[in-house]
Write a protein that binds this ligand. Structure first.
Ligand code: 13P
Ligand code: SF4
Length: 301
């Protein structure tokens, strides 16, 4: 641990804080996180922590979700530039218009949405439980926002329902190309291809499995196979190299999310020192957005 990381740990103790970090964070930020995980796992941690302050190292919607689940606690987002572009692809006005076109259809919003979009939704999901959540609804028609690719992935398993999609996408995952995976597979024929369900359908067709970030880690750690091609943000490799020692991992080119990489150790130190940047949301949004998030947590992974 370097001097800056040690200073962060001291500040964290003084502030009685917990640091939650997403699996796509920079290596040095992963190293000072109390919990690393996918969006689902981090929401669970946020809902059950007894720490007074939560420092959330991830993108905006993740820190907002932590605040929604802990409105009485201080939730700090160390760098406000860490925003998910997909979450910005749907807004309340557009969602209300879509709801008016499909009266009665419940809204399943991917957790990668703003707090006010969640407040207009019936239930949230993450990539870890999207299929289960959509399947759990009694309705024949469901509105799914904002990720078209995740919605198409869910549709593969839920044939009996009409899923109304929204044209949102993850710029990082649509950059992962089938041809790059094919080249890697040709070089390493024994390797299993693992991708995130935000990838395009042709990439998912080629993959052996599509899982959330935590699902990919769990699969590799418990698999008897020894070689894997990782079709998601390449910062995942840091945790995998620690937890899946002895396994060979191949990185797909161009798989970086610049937004997730915004948060530096200096940002985390300043966040704890100056108590910045506090997530503040209007009381009615906090109250309404909590309902779909809690429904998701009740449904489980
Ligand atoms: P996970 O919930 O699988 O960690 O994914 C979050 C995300 O933003 C993927 O791009
Ligand atoms: Fe958003 Fe995609 Fe980055 Fe995940 S990888 S935070 S979905 S832009």
């Amino acid at each position: 641990m370097n001097a800056l990381q040690k200073r962060i740990i001291e500040l964290k103790t003084e502030r009685k804080a917990i640091i939650l970090g997403h699996n796509y964070q920079r290596k040095e930020v992963q190293e000072i996180s109390d919990f690393l995980g996918d969006s689902y796992g981090l929401s669970v941690q946020a809902s059950k922590t007894d720490a007074r302050t939560i420092v959330f190292c991830g993108v905006d919607f993740m820190a907002e979700s932590a605040k929604i689940l802990n409105s009485e606690k201080m939730v700090l987002h160390p760098n406000l530039k860490a925003k998910c572009p997909m979450a910005a692809m749907v807004d309340v006005k557009a969602l209300k218009d879509l709801k008016a076109e499909h009266p009665g259809a419940p809204v399943v919003s991917y957790v990668n949405t703003s707090a006010d979009v969640k407040a207009e939704s019936d239930i949230c999901c993450t990539s870890a439980n999207a299929v289960k959540i959509v399947q759990s609804l009694p309705d024949k028609k469901v509105i799914f926002v904002p990720d078209t690719n995740l919605g198409l992935y869910v549709q593969r398993f839920v044939k009996e329902k009409e899923i109304v999609l929204w044209p949102g996408y993850c710029p990082t995952h649509v950059n992962i190309r089938k041809t790059d995976l094919q080249k890697l597979k040709k070089l390493h024929p024994a390797a299993e291809i693992l991708v995130h369900p935000e990838c395009t359908p042709d990439v998912i067709d080629l993959a052996d499995f599509a899982f959330s970030t935590e699902g990919i880690i769990k699969h590799i750690v418990s698999s008897p196979k020894m070689e894997f091609i990782i079709g998601t943000e390449s910062n995942m490799l840091h945790r995998l190299r620690k937890e899946a020692r002895g396994k060979t991992l191949y990185e797909v080119p161009n798989a970086t999310c610049p937004n997730m990489r915004e948060i530096s150790l200096e940002d985390v130190r300043d966040s704890l020192q100056k108590l910045q940047f506090k997530i503040e949301l209007p009381a009615d949004i906090l109250r309404k957005a909590r309902v779909p998030l809690e429904r998701m947590l009740e449904a489980g992974r």
